[in-house]
Design a protein around this ligand. Sequence first.
Ligand code: M6R
Length: 603
Amino acid sequence: MCGIMGYTGKADATGRLLAGLRALEYRGYDSAGVAVMDAENRVRIVKTKGRLRALEDRLEKCPVHGHCGIGHTRWATHGAPSDANAHPHGTDRLYVVHNGIIENDRELRAELGARGYAFQSQTDTEAAACLLDSLYAGMEDPLAALRAAVARLRGSYALGVIFLDHPEEIYAVREGNPLIVALGEDGGMIASDIPAVLRFARDCYVLEDGEIARVRADGAEFFDRDGRPVCKRPERIEWSTEAAERGGFAHFMLKEIHEEPLAVRQTLGRYVKDGLPDLRGAFDGECERLTMVACGTAMHAALVGKWLMEWLVRIPVEVCIASEFRYNRPVLSPNQRVVAISQSGETADTLAAVRLAKSLGARTVGVVNVPGSSVAREVDQALITCAGPEISVASTKAYTVQLMMMYLTAVQLGLARGALSRERARQIVAALTALPAAIETAIAQSERIQRMAACFDDAENCFFIGRGLDYPGAMEGSLKLKEITYIHSESYAAGELKHGAISLITRGMPVVALSTQEELKEKMRSNMREVASRGARVLLLATPQTAELAGDAEEAFILPDTDALLTPATAAVAMQLLAYYAAVRRGCDVDKPRNLAKSVTVE
Ligand code: M6R
């Protein structure tokens, strides 16, 4: 939610800020802006409602050049998208870009308004900028003013700040929202996330809550909230530059679907040793129960994990939507694990759930894709998946590798608890190793999926249905479709339809039936017939073992043959492609669906 970029150094600051913001646009895209110090150390502000493209257009018409600046791409929270609400916000002394929410902004506005500040926007950011300005006026020391501001601000935020009388420096502070500092050959940078700096630097420093950074062209200093210097070690960024670029694909989503075989191979490469899982001790010792916390797609991976672990391991697993975890008043015990699943590792609700679980004495494990992210750093043990940067708002490859971690966890626990023989364990891991080839086969047959996608051209509503292991898969397929096509889509356990939702079926409404489990085939056939006889267009995703159901469907896609346990992964790829092609046909902005942002860093 909102992307921050800052640069100071030898290169042209505007160009660098735009390059960084382009890579961060997935975090928010309703307005964008930059504040750049020009050669005479005057600050130039250019900002606008709309995509980054609109900002680039403005900058083409009125170029701004300089050596130091901050930039922002916004996902609105306080104040609708508009030129006035676009960041940076500031005064004649300083400018601020912000990611997060200042919870006491009303109180600050009232106080600062009474002291003569006139606000130009409806944002909480402007309250923070004016607060900082009022503190700086008395101190004239950026670090002291920032420390004093941190003591007054409530909420979660990451701020990038330039002070007009310190024209070579960028200041940054974080409290709850991600921020990194990166040092490249031609200057220093701050950014919300690694992709923004990938092309320019390989060493980055992850700010901790309450830490303040002062960044110059040739280095950075860090201070804690009491002003004491902090010695930080840089983390080496291993992701390739190309990984964060579209590389000839029409959209990041399509590129990332094509990267799934590699992501799976790399993740298995890291966590499989001698044909068996090696989860680095994350589940060693007593583990009688699991609670999984996650949001959205990651929560669907957890639901698949629950099914696998209860079937294969006979261990009770509870899945909690992270935003609801605290309201459940969770009952946790020391001999269980709380597993947080998150691509970004920055989802505010998932992070809050981890913190609550830890405060209740539980041991926590994170399945996280972004190394150095907040969840990765706060859990007792982080299992980093190897999908590389995921830019598309709709999660694809990150989901598949989350599934891989669910399989490996189930196998590892199954072995430890004696619920799985070594032979069966090796068999499942061998089947996982064959999965990338199966995914490649599914992708190679995407023409058939494109045909199916045409059935959504005029759809306003649709259902995804499945039973057993296919039910969480149906939930994920439905989420993917709705988030990028804007078709109202619901997922149902197929047997539940008759208890109410079947009344919503109308003539021509697509119903995607996911049927990969042979033993449930006949029950699914009945459910498909029930909806077809009420006018639905039944679209089937099946396996070679359930392919005979195609006779009851208008369109069918037969997934490549795999161990029946692994169909959630192949089906997910097919449904991602289905959503993708349906969205493209409907002219939707696939990578940047309306109202959404990739990292949900506000609660
Ligand atoms: O970064 P996270 O995995 O914690 O994100 C969780 C959800 O916000 C995310 O999966 C979201 O549902 C995706 N847009 C789905 O495609």
